[in-house]
Design a protein around this ligand. Structure first.
Ligand code: KG4
Ligand code: ZN
Length: 340
């Protein structure tokens, strides 16, 4: 039997400082997340400079807590993993420098992880028997991708957004209707009281059989709707706007996800990223999947948003493929999926 591999993982690509201890890419011994949401809420979005500073303040304590909660010590850790992109450069650098120093001081292997690959791997933690191939819909604050995961670490991008990410659209609409930051969970909640058919917002469609997305049209349509209503001094029903917007976005995501399964002859779809915790997306995808004999899987909400456990999972599969970094590892803010 192979020896267990215990990885200490660090994530600092945006506004969460997180550290986790994960065994064999599947079992989470700890997953500490220190969120900066309260700080950025005041500004209506993430302020990169502030994010970097807060990561510096939090990182030592977060790593310490991750080891303690896992009931382990550095000597028992087999490798150190860190997100090196995509993300905010200053924020990424805090995690990278910390991980590099630790790897150097303890003489342990260093593994650089792609943040988006991490989101996908959150599903390996949640579903212990999940194996590729499958289709994955990644919907976060910064990214929207639909990929065919053929094997561990082997992706084919089938479609992506041509403008805003799905989560970004949720955040902007939430701000426009006065719900604050981060908007996704708030739109999700208020939508439950609204009529999703009240307003017909546009769903972007492209010619040909591309699976690309566009969310700038629906975002502008919602903003125009609100402005016109204000000009005419008409009452706006926030819950109806939120539910109708969510309906349009989820409709496009689910349509493309189903098309991807058909195209690749795959009967399994997993979702990942912050927006994967959206209740309407989960329900609609499950319902449409059932009709077509497609199994739909998603991680628990805490594994959907940014966390280091997902980085620890992805790191294990990268390590198995021999992808070890050295001390020249640097932040790549626009790192693509599948690139190293
Ligand atoms: O994956 P994530 O934590 O960070 C990025 O890597 O971008 O995703 C954060 C995004 C935010 O835009 C947030 O509004 C959205 O995920 N989000 C949601 C929900 N929960 C988080 N969007 C829709 N419905 C939700 N329940
Ligand atoms: Zn993320």
């Amino acid at each position: 039997m192979e020896k267990d591999m215990k990885i200490l993982a660090i994530e600092s690509s945006c506004d969460e400082t997180s550290a986790a201890v994960v065994v064999n890419g599947r079992d989470v011994l700890s997953n500490i997340i220190s969120s900066q949401i309260d700080i950025h809420e005041k500004f209506g979005g993430v302020v990169p400079e502030v994010a970097s500073r807060k990561h510096i303040e939090a990182i030592s304590a977060v790593v310490e807590e991750a080891l303690q909660e896992a009931n382990t010590i550095m000597e028992e850790i087999d490798a150190i993993a860190v997100t090196y992109g995509p993300g905010l450069v200053g924020a990424l650098l805090v995690g990278i420098q910390y991980a590099k120093s630790l790897a150097y001081a303890t003489n342990k292997p260093l593994i650089g992880v792609n943040h988006i690959e991490g989101h996908i791997c959150a599903n390996f933690i949640e579903h212990k028997d999940l194996k590729p191939p499958f289709v994955c819909l990644i919907v976060s604050g910064g990214h929207t991708f639909i990929v065919h995961m053929k094997d561990y670490g082997d992706f084919e991008v089938l479609g992506q957004t041509r403008d805003d990410a799905a989560g970004e659209a949720f955040d902007k609409i939430a701000r426009a209707i006065g719900l604050g930051y981060p908007g996704g969970p708030k739109v999700d909640k208020i939508s439950k009281e609204g009529n999703a058919e009240a307003i017909k917002f546009p769903r972007a469609k492209f010619d040909g059989d591309t699976l690309d997305f566009s969310f700038s049209g629906v975002k502008s349509a919602v903003l125009n709707y609100i402005n016109q209503a204000k000009m005419k001094e008409e009452k706006i029903v926030e819950a109806d706007i939120a539910a109708s917007f969510q309906n349009a976005v989820v409709g496009v995501l689910v349509d493309n996800a189903m098309k991807a399964c058909k195209m690749k002859k795959v009967d399994k779809i997993v979702i990942a990223g912050g927006v994967a915790s959206n209740s309407c997306l989960r329900e609609t995808l499950t319902k449409e999947g059932k009709k077509r004999g497609i199994e739909v899987l998603f991680p628990a909400p805490i594994l959907c948003t940014d966390n280091a456990a997902m980085i620890g999972s992805a790191a294990y599969f990268e390590y198995k493929k021999g992808n070890i970094a050295d001390l020249t590892l640097n932040a790549i803010p626009n790192l693509k999926l599948g690139e190293r």
